[in-house]
Design a protein around this ligand. Structure first.
Ligand code: NCD
Length: 302
C-alpha cells in the first residue's frame, strides 16, 4: 500500500483488506496516536459530501496531521477554467497525499496517473468509492465477527451507486451470497455481473425487498442517486420504491444489521433508527478509524 494510490477497491488484495480492518480496530482502540505528525493531506471535493470529507478531516486531526483543501469547487480555480491536471499538479506541491471526490467516472484514475503524490479516491461519479467499502467491511466484520459466508442484500440504486459497485467487488472474495434488489431501470450494470459470474459468485436479482429479508445478514440500503439522472421524471418514478419500516424487521435474523453509506433520503423510515439492527450511524463513525488506517498505510507510517 505504501506510496500507492487507492483508486479502485480492486487495487487492493484480500490481505490488504484484512490489514486495513485490523489497523482500523487498532485506531479505534486509540493506538498509533500522532502518527500523522508533520504530514499534510490535501482534500479536494468537487462534489458535495458530509461524512466522507469530515471523517477524513477528523481522521487526520485525530492523528496529529494537517489537512488543507476545498469542500466546494466553486471556491477553487476550476471555476476560472483550470484543468484537473493543473489543480492536481499544483496541490501536490503542498501536501503528502491527496483525497479527492469528483463527479466524473475515472477522474481519480486520471489524477493518479499524473500526480507525484498518492491519490485516494473519495468517490468518482457512479464508478467507485473504495474507502467507503473498507469502512463497510470493517462494519461488517465488527457486527458479524467474520466476513465470509454472509448473505448480503443490496437495495436501491445499484446502477449509479458507487458504494455498491466497490462493495460487491471486495466482498465477492469472501464466499457471499448477494441479493440485488432494485427496479429494473436501476439494476447492477452488466460489467459487474460479468465479474461476479467470472468468479462464480452467486447473486439473485429481485425487485421485491420483502422476499429477501428473512435470509439476510447484511441489509445494505442505498439512496437513489438523483444527481446522476439525466431525466428528472425517471428519478421521480424511482425515488420512493423501497422504504424500510420497522414492521418489516419482524422476521429478520437476530444478527442482521442494516447498513447505509448515508445520506438517507426516504429509503429508511426514521422509526427504524431505534432498532438494535440499525447500524448506519455507527458505520459512519467507523469511517474515521478506517480512514486513519488507510492514510497511515499509504504514507508508509505503519
Ligand atoms: C455515498 C457517496 O457519496 O457515494 N455517500 C458517502 O460517501 N457516504 C452514497 C450516497 O451519496 O448516496
Amino acid at each position: 500500500m505504501k506510496g500507492k494510490s487507492l483508486v479502485s477497491i480492486l487495487d487492493y488484495q484480500v490481505e490488504e483488506y484484512l490489514q486495513i480492518i485490523q489497523l482500523a480496530s487498532e485506531f479505534e482502540a486509540l493506538k498509533h496516536q500522532n502518527i500523522l505528525h508533520g504530514k499534510v493531506v490535501g482534500s479536494l471535493f468537487f462534489e458535495p459530501s458530509t461524512r466522507t470529507r469530515l471523517s477524513f478531516e477528523s481522521a487526520v486531526n485525530h492523528s496529529g496531521g494537517r489537512i488543507i483543501g476545498f469542500s466546494d469547487s466553486n471556491t477553487s480555480s476550476s471555476t476560472k477554467g483550470e484543468s484537473l491536471k493543473d489543480t492536481i499538479l499544483t496541490v501536490a506541491n503542498y501536501c503528502d497525499l491527496i483525497v479527492m471526490r469528483h463527479p466524473h467516472d475515472g477522474a481519480a484514475k486520471f489524477a493518479s496517473e499524473i500526480s507525484p503524490v498518492p491519490i485516494i479516491n473519495a468517490g468518482d461519479g457512479a464508478n467507485q468509492h473504495p474507502t467507503q467499502t473498507l469502512l463497510d467491511m470493517y462494519s461488517i466484520y465488527k457486527t458479524q465477527g467474520k466476513l465470509d459466508n454472509l448473505t448480503i442484500s443490496l437495495i436501491g440504486d445499484l446502477k449509479y451507486g458507487r458504494t455498491v459497485h466497490s462493495l460487491l467487488m471486495a466482498m465477492m472474495n469472501f464466499s457471499p451470497k448477494f441479493n440485488l434488489v432494485s427496479p429494473k431501470e436501476l439494476c447492477l450494470p452488466v460489467e459487474y455481473k460479468k465479474i461476479l459470474n467470472a468468479h462464480s459468485v452467486p447473486f439473485n436479482e429481485d425487485t421485491d425487498l420483502h422476499t429477501i429479508l428473512p435470509e439476510t445478514d447484511i441489509l445494505y440500503m442505498t439512496r437513489v442517486q438523483k444527481e446522476r439522472f439525466s431525466d428528472p421524471i425517471e428519478y421521480e418514478k424511482n425515488k420512493n420504491l423501497y422504504v424500510l419500516k420497522s414492521s418489516m424487521l419482524e422476521n429478520t435474523k437476530d444478527n442482521m444489521k442494516i447498513l447505509h453509506p448515508l445520506p438517507r433520503v426516504n429509503e429508511i423510515s426514521q422509526c427504524v433508527d431505534s432498532s438494535p439492527k440499525a447500524y448506519y450511524f455507527q458505520q459512519a463513525k467507523n469511517g474515521m478509524f478506517t480512514r486513519q488506517a488507510i492514510i497511515s498505510s499509504i504514507l508508509g507510517l505503519i
